[in-house]
Design a protein around this ligand. Sequence first.
Ligand code: TXD
Length: 307
Amino acid sequence: MRDKVSVIGAGNVGATLAQRLAELDLVDVALVDVVEGLAEGKALDLLEAGPVVGYDSQVVGSTDYAITDGSRLVVITSGLARKPGMSRDDLVTANAKIVGEVTTAVMEHSPDAILIIVTNPLDVMTELALRVSGLPRTRVIGMAGVLDTARFRTFLAAELRVSVRSVEAYVLGGHGDSMVPLRAVTTVAGVPIGRLIAPERLEEVVQRTRDGGAEIVRHLKTGSAFYAPSASAAQMVEAILLDRGQILPCAIHLEGEYGLDGVVVGVPVKLGTAGVEEVIEVELTPAERAELVRSAEAVRETIAVLG
Ligand code: TXD
């Protein structure tokens, strides 16, 4: 039998993630949604794509968490998405209720799972899932940094007319307006970005990265991004399943790293079988350190709303 990965929420991110996971042909996929028929229908449709695309992953869907029994990994995407004019923090109360209930149900069926949280506001929902699940911090991981970094790399590559593969970058901090794209360790084929782009232009790229989610919400009007978010979550799942030891920026509860304690923010971590196997401390400039502290404060303030 294959390992099972469950995806909670069969909306835009959840269903696209289920597709990406099925296409990896590594695991079986269980899709759950509160809306009657939604997960069942999408899962069956995905299963029927198997013969054409060429995968044997079983894909099942239900409103019933019984199908998630014994999952190796569970990705939580359930919740409301942003509409134009809304900030991620505007979602906090509604999504806290959803993520709290979902985490409890998930833990009843898969006490040994690693949780990846996607629902916004991301850092706050990761903190909430950590508290509700009672799991160690190494097994409750938030997806945001991979996405924010992908946006940063996309814009830098376009600016320099090079392959996205040649751009190494990190975006740390909270998944919000205070995210921290690192300038000092961002390189193109080993050359620091500061030598390739004028400072004012680099700041414009940084700002577009910060606004990357809102830019898409403005276009879509009825929802938020899901192709790049689902690809980012899939990369984290794969790193864990294949024990890659890949270092990716993820949201984790910090316990003193980067001088921050008791708050979830995005930092580079090593992902493997056990979940987060190491928190990596990259060197920050004093300005970046100050931005990271400010970003963590913004996350703390939203967590306080939860009580
Ligand atoms: O970087 C990131 N972390 C993010 C986060 C990038 C993109 C999207 N991000 C957030 O993920 C977004 O702000 C939302 O909070 C979630 C899900 O976004 P998505 O675009 O997938 O939203 P949809 O399409 O509205 O899907 C949400 C689904 C929908 O089908 C609901 O019926 C379901 O969640 N839902 C539930 N499922 C199970 N159980 C409960 N209680 C429940 N409530 C809603």
